[in-house]
Design a protein around this ligand. Structure first.
Ligand SMILES: [Fe+2]
Length: 401
């Protein structure tokens, strides 16, 4: 049995985050294999003994020089597999089809593109759509019976509201980088003994294909591809740039954070001791997920990045004028450096965070920090100022400098 393990875009030289300075003819495939003038070379830490190359969905021949390919970091790139001279790829979609038992898979590959949407159970759909229209400034894009979809961007939904049943967040959804990632995730879930369900219906759910499971900490997760989009940019009086991340609590912090790294390719951006982990995905924002240690699993917040401080302050003012509570007022987080407010959704018992200045991490050499669990890690502005220094400048007169 074989499976498409890696899929990527063979980019024009000079494009792509993996480009190495000075390597004019080297392009990156799927963050782990290089093409050098038609030569495919696995990156270090990837071992391939046998593989088939697909270009635009058609198989092309690769002659491995030594019957197998193994990257040897100490020797640069090690033995190489060559495309036949008549079959050198130009630009396009390239995939490696690798028999399951013929490769050792590392975890240095992006499977998740971004945080996509939240599925929320509500008591009263009218109340919930009113709250998210008026205070979060989302548009209602579609409604079927007791389900409503709302968004702040071109995507069909950032929020799926379902009336009836359990109230609160029911599922967190992340978008996969490509269709091949479904099979990779399926294999890794099998290794974890985690069962998954698959489906998708563009007309009813706004999503073409999804895979759902429960993570080791008890949080329901969906990975999807093919969300419908609106063909126009939303016309809002505040600029909602994107749905950025979710924050949730887990009762098994070690197992949960290990799972997201091993099975889903999340990369740690920062840790707050062994209390919180911040993980980024392919879009490189400091975190698409914030996982916090707790005595029981619970959803904590979703975060929307807005365009400016003015947008943030108008949302804050709009909420306060109507008596909507802020769980936390203006603060600057030490891990990401972003400035945020947290609007409390009292009916659902979690918060909607609005933030600005959330950075991306571009360097492949970035190492996560371990930050102290302290008030000024949560809010850098809480760091106490030093005592004023007082000294005599003239007899009988003091000054503060
Ligand atoms: Fe957050």
């Amino acid at each position: 049995m074989s499976a498409v393990q890696f899929l990527g875009i063979l980019r024009r030289c000079g494009e792509g985050s993996g480009q190495r300075r000075g390597d004019n003819d080297r392009c990156l495939i799927a963050r782990r294999c290089w093409v050098m003038s038609g030569t495919l070379v696995p990156r270090p830490a990837v071992t391939l003994r046998r593989a088939e190359i697909l270009l635009h969905g058609r198989e092309v021949t690769v002659n491995w020089r030594e019957g197998h390919v193994r990257a040897e970091p100490e020797n640069g790139y090690g033995p190489r597999g060559d495309f036949g001279s008549q079959q050198r790829p130009t630009l396009g979609i390239v995939a490696l089809r690798i028999p399951n038992d013929e490769c050792e898979v590392d975890h240095d590959v992006d499977l998740i593109k971004k945080f996509g949407y939240v599925s929320v159970g509500v008591n009263d759909l009218e109340e919930a759509t009113e709250f998210y229209s008026r205070f979060v400034r989302l548009d209602l894009t579609e409604r079927h019976d007791r389900t409503a979809f709302m968004t702040g961007g071109p995507e069909h939904h950032w929020l799926r509201l379902e009336e009836g049943g359990q109230v609160g967040v029911r599922r967190l959804a992340f978008e996969l980088v490509d269709d091949a990632a479904f099979e990779v995730v399926r294999q890794r879930l099998r290794a974890y003994d985690i069962e998954c369900e698959e489906g998708g219906d563009t007309a009813v759910e706004g999503v073409q294909r999804w895979l759902r499971f429960t993570d080791p900490g008890g949080t329901a997760i969906e990975l999807y591809r093919g969300m419908k989009e609106r063909g126009f940019a939303p016309d809002c009086d505040v600029e909602l740039e994107q749905l950025l991340h979710a924050g949730w609590k887990t009762a098994d912090f070690a197992a949960t954070t290990r799972f997201y790294q091993d099975a889903l390719g999340f990369r740690p951006s920062d840790w707050v001791e062994d209390n919180a982990g911040f993980f980024r995905v392919a879009n490189k924002y400091h975190h698409a997920a914030a996982v916090v240690s707790s005595d029981r699993p619970a959803f904590d917040h979703l975060c929307i990045q807005v365009g400016s401080l003015d947008d943030l302050m108008r949302l804050r003012s709009n909420a306060q004028r109507s008596g909507i509570k802020l769980r936390s007022d203006l603060l600057r987080h030490a891990p990401s450096g972003s400035i945020s407010i947290y609007m409390h959704d009292e009916a659902r018992q979690y918060a909607v965070e609005f933030c600005i200045d959330h950075p991306t991490i571009e360097s492949p050499d970035y190492s996560p920090r371990i930050l102290e669990l302290a008030p000024d890690t949560i809010d850098m502005w809480q760091k106490p100022l030093a005592e004023p220094r007082v000294h005599a400048v003239r007899e009988g007169i003091t000054a503060i400098v």
